[in-house]
Design a protein around this ligand. Sequence first.
Ligand SMILES: C[S@@+](CC[C@H](N)C(=O)[O-])C[C@H]1O[C@@H](n2cnc3c(N)ncnc32)[C@H](O)[C@@H]1O
Length: 363
Amino acid sequence: MRHLIVPSVDTQHWLEVLKTNNWLVSGLGVVTIETGEKGLPLAEHAPQEDDPIWLGLTHALMAREVNKIKHWSDLLDRELYQQFEQYWPRSYEMVGDVLIVRLEEEVKQHQDLIAEAMLERISSARIICADNGVTGKFRVRDISPILSRDGNISTLTKIRENGHNIIIDPAKAYFSSRLSTEREGNVVAAKQLANLLDRPITISDPYAGVGPALPSLIATEGLVEAIFAGDLNPDAVELLRYNLKSQVNKANYDFDNQAFCMDARKWRSDKNLTGSTDLLLVNLPHDTIEHLTDLFPLMCKGTMSLIRGWAIVERQNLDGVRELIEQKLIQHGAREISLTCKEIKGFSASKIFIRIESWQIFP
Ligand SMILES: C[S@@+](CC[C@H](N)C(=O)[O-])C[C@H]1O[C@@H](n2cnc3c(N)ncnc32)[C@H](O)[C@@H]1O
């Protein structure tokens, strides 16, 4: 069985990451290896070793007494199981207590049996939903509830990320735990900027979704002067407002905070937002680069500012993308530009997911 190998002191942190994502094989426990490091048993569907989520930690194969663990599919009638052997789902995703599973056409007729077996075996699941893909400009998942443990078919749920609770609804607003390490990177970069400016900073997150980037920033005392967050999806903004309010209530310092249901490209027409922002987050991967010029007017003038954005681009064109962004910055009079475009994971055969990080002073 595959194990994640972590330094002993980091065991609790990684156990939390694995449990949140349902990547931990329950009932097996942690093993101590010869080096003193710990081995955490990984579920089959956990990301592969080269995924950036592991921050370079290694995986190791170790024999465990897996026979004691019963898989949900063991509960299916044997004859039925064998009839459709190759079509039963091999993986699923946990979003809080919502289990989302993609069903092949051949076994859709048996979705109730699948859901019953999953509820029986997977104690962290409250509701089982079929995954019908991602739809529309808000990148919301089309999921249909099959069966719930308590009759409640709401997909509203809570996840814990980097030590913070976030309320999400995968059927109403985009959320992905895959970018949690990037969100931690935001905090590191924000601290660097605040140190450089020697003051708390104003952060804008106009494509905030339900706001997963905000809790870690807010929880860093003395970092935040103001938070402006928004999304175009009204359902996302409802959850964003809830999450923001609970983070504000928890913080023991005061700061301005506002959430808008607005097209990010229109923020520039609000005079309270133009020239307001020290740190801008741009998370609209298919359109980030196109939207950038409409967002530049939000940046503070005359002082160092930082843009962190994420984009999906052609692998072959990474240098071209960097040059294009630099040109846009220069056209807007930015100086002292320090711009990096770094691959953080593959997206498809020809495309990659990148982080754009740009430090500059706008005029
Ligand atoms: C990839 S998601 C990122 C959400 C969030 N930052 C996160 O990491 O979970 C992009 C978000 O942008 C929103 N969106 C799409 N077009 C927009 C626009 N023109 N202005 C503001 N938000 C937009 C979508 O509704 C979605 O919630």
